[in-house]
Ligand binder design. Sequence first.
Ligand SMILES: [Zn+2]
Length: 192
Amino acid sequence: MTPGHFGLAAGAKKFAPRVPLWALFLSTYLLDVIFVFLLATGVEGITPLDPAHPNEYGGIIIHAEYTHSLVGALLISMLAGWLANLHWGRHGGIAIAVVAFSHWILDLLVHRPDLPILPGNFGNLPLLGFGLWEYPRASTALELILILVGTCLYFYSALKVSKGDKHRIAWTVSLVTASLLILLFVTNILGL
Ligand SMILES: [Zn+2]
C-alpha cells in the first residue's frame, strides 16, 4: 500500500496548501518510519506469507503491536498534528494528523487481520484487517485510484497557487511526483 499512502498525501496538498509536500509524505508514512526503527530493534516484526517470495505484493503479516495498534496510531497522529500545528497553524496541524492516521485506515483495508486495538495487543483483543490483499486486483485498483486522484488534486493545487516562472516549477514537481508514484506502484506490484 506504499504508493497508495503517498497518493493520498499528494492529494491532501489541495486541502492544506501551507503544508509542504515533504511533510505530508512524511506524515502519511510516519507509522512505517517508526515501525522500521522498532523492526531493527526487534520490538516489532514482519513475516512473509511465502518465505520464497518475501517481496510478493501484499504477501506479509506484520507484528507491529505498537505503531499499528489503533490507539498507538491515534497517539502518533495526534503528536504529529500537534508538532505540525506549531509550524503551520491549526489547519496544518489537523491536516498532518488526519494524513498520518489515514495510514492506519488504508492498512486496515488491505492487511489481513494483524492490527491490534491496544498497544502491545493488551487484553488480547481481536486483531483487525479486512484483507483486501487477498484480492490483489481490488487492492491494486484502490492504490491506482489513490495515486491518480491524489496526483490530480496535487496538480490542481500546485498550478493554482503558482504564477509565472513558478508555474513551470509547479508543472515539473507535479510531473516528477506523478512519475515517481507510478514507478513505485509498478515496482510494488511486480514485487521488486
Ligand atoms: Zn503500515
